[in-house]
Design a protein around this ligand. Structure first.
Ligand SMILES: Nc1nc2c(c(=O)[nH]1)N[C@H]1C(S)=C(S)[C@@H](COP(=O)(O)O)O[C@H]1N2
Ligand SMILES: [Mo]
Length: 312
């Protein structure tokens, strides 16, 4: 393996990846959280409790990760305000423990499960994914989670289940944005069953090695890396198996601009702007957007024979 000279290391890598990896080595050395009070912020670093997980290198990009600060302070989460900086502040009001997730619809084992029940069977993995917002910016984020497919198999959808519908918490007392009618609350999203079962589709409970920050969708959110960011619904309280294609929140709000599929596609522009390029947060020059956000080899077969201009 090549040894990088300092001049070869881009600044973004020094400020995120190196710091992160050094910190993780140190945490492994000090074995857990017991010493946290002694070291305070200096070693606790990002602040949330550490998770144990294995790294999934096969499904991770080797691109430089976006700074933790940007990942957690440049957010879209309309339940906590419509600008990028409000969720980091406003989301701290959300109670994420206790939490439960309802499994409903066309499924053999419906019920309301505590988050602990939901998570119990699954070993956690770290996956570094590209994350592309329909607005034209992107990030690279080290998520921690487990495949949605594993959860789906466990609750056994019936043969009538063709789609999965996800619902975010409705709690206007804690989610200040829900007192305004900017979107229809609660936020909803959906996937076709084969998209939901795809090995890249993740239920995520953390990032940068730690429990999910509230502004990023704690305690549990979806991550679908080949789709525009709004498909990756946060703070999930309901997972429903349905026969008909569900209507997602953005599709209901502006159907001419946001379709059900919302696959990242540089060849199909948003009606009001181009999708050909994107600004990677932390970089100066724009870069070309890749088909299916760079996951074409893995997901293109899901859409074989479909007109992606029609099914946008
Ligand atoms: N419940 C809910 N989920 C949501 C949103 C939202 O407003 N509410 N915003 C979406 C959008 S537009 C994007 S780009 C991503 C942003 O995720 P991040 O803040 O973790 O980067 O979350 C998505 N999930
Ligand atoms: Mo977005």
């Amino acid at each position: 393996m090549l040894i990088k000279r300092p001049t070869d290391i881009p600044p973004s890598e020094i400020t995120s990846k190196e710091v992160y990896q050094n910190r993780r080595r140190f945490m492994q050395a000090t074995a857990g959280l017991a010493l946290a009070p002694l070291f305070g912020k200096a070693w606790a670093g990002y602040g949330n409790p550490a998770l144990s997980f294995t790294k999934n290198n096969t499904l991770s990009t080797s691109e430089s990760m976006t700074d933790y600060k940007d990942v957690t302070h440049y957010n879209n989460y309309y339940e906590f305000g419509t600008d990028k900086y409000s969720p980091a502040e406003n989301a701290q009001a959300l109670t994420t423990d206790p939490w439960s997730v309802e499994i409903a619809g066309e499924v053999e084992k419906p019920g309301k499960y505590t988050l602990e029940d939901i998570l119990k069977p699954y070993p956690l993995e770290e996956r570094i994914y590209r994350h592309r917002c329909v607005e034209g910016w992107s990030m690279v984020i080290p998520w921690v989670g487990f495949p949605l497919a594993d959860l789906i198999k466990r609750f056994q959808p019936t043969s009538r289940a063709k789609y999965v519908r996800f619902t975010t918490l409705l709690r206007p007392k804690e989610m200040v944005g829900q007192n305004r009618g900017v979107l229809e609350w609660p936020y909803k999203e959906g996937l076709r069953m084969d998209e939901a079962m795809h090995p890249l589709t993740l239920l995520s409970v953390g990032l940068y090695g730690e429990v999910m920050p509230k502004q990023n969708g704690a305690p549990i959110r979806l991550v679908v890396p080949w789709k525009y960011g709004f498909k990756s619904i946060k703070a999930i309280v309901k997972i429903e198996f349905v026969e008909q294609q569900p209507v997602s929140t953005w599709e209901a709000a502006i159907p001419s601009e946001y379709g059900f599929y919302s696959n990242v596609n540089p060849h199909v522009d948003h009606p009001r702007w181009s999708q050909a390029r994107e600004r990677r947060i932390g970089e100066f020059l724009k870069r070309k957007t890749l088909m299916f956000n760079g996951y074409e080899d893995q997901v293109a077969q899901l859409y074989k024979g479909m007109d992606l201009r029609k099914y946008f």
